[in-house]
Design a protein around this ligand. Sequence first.
Ligand code: ATP
Length: 251
Amino acid sequence: MIKKAPPVSISCRDLTLRFPVYGVDAKSLKKSLAAVTVGGRLGTHAHVTEVTALNHVNLELKPGDRLGLVGHNGSGKTTLLRALSGAYEPDEGAIEVQGRIAALLDLSLGIDPSATGLDNIRLRGRIAGLSSREIEARMDEIASFTGLGPFLAMPVKTYSAGMQARLAFAAATAVEADVLLMDEWIAVGDSDFQKLAHKRLLKLVERAGILVLASHDTDLLRLYCNKVMRLEGGVASAVTDIRKLDELMAA
Ligand SMILES: Nc1ncnc2c1ncn2[C@@H]1O[C@H](COP(=O)(O)OP(=O)(O)OP(=O)(O)O)[C@@H](O)[C@H]1O
């Protein structure tokens, strides 16, 4: 019997996400904010200042869609990725993601500085939903990819920033996923590692059914994505072909 592939899709309907910001007087902010293009929309609700990070965002993605997210600082890209990963509940609207998700959003997430590199790889694997057996089966490959050799037996707090990035990247990209959510942090480690990281990411992208990548780097977006959406103040443009990236950025 031929096994049917499980469905893979992303659907956001009127997705709205607000963050309350306590201890800020909205009236004092209003004048200075008139011409600001950075950040979400500020308002007040029940006397509390709040940022609308995503404002009625609609999005439908299917296998083969590799979506680049562009927009100014604070326009809502990371918030959208986190919402798709399941980290945030919508304040309004709905999110539905079908398929196994790998969220490469925060490199330091799931890293315990006092544990060894090897134990951190195990920890990260568990967070990604792998069984102990699956983790041990991949251990040699992950360990060799880090290039950290004997340092893997030492606590991560003794690592340099680049060494930590190597460890986190190797562990995070060892999972098989249908939906890959990535914030722009491909520029980790030294140039040798970057080349390796790039190859590994391309493989991961080929395997994944859907990619959503937030980035300010237009070359990177053209390399990995076939579609693009722009966020401004939490409001999303329509999804367009990546070949229209320049037009979309200039709009
Ligand atoms: N935890 C939070 N508490 C309060 N406000 C937040 C929080 N997280 C994000 N925001 C606000 O939501 C808005 C969107 O932020 P987000 O991090 O999604 O932007 P971004 O497009 O990823 O920005 P960048 O390009 O700088 O990474 C910003 O105005 C930010 O201040």
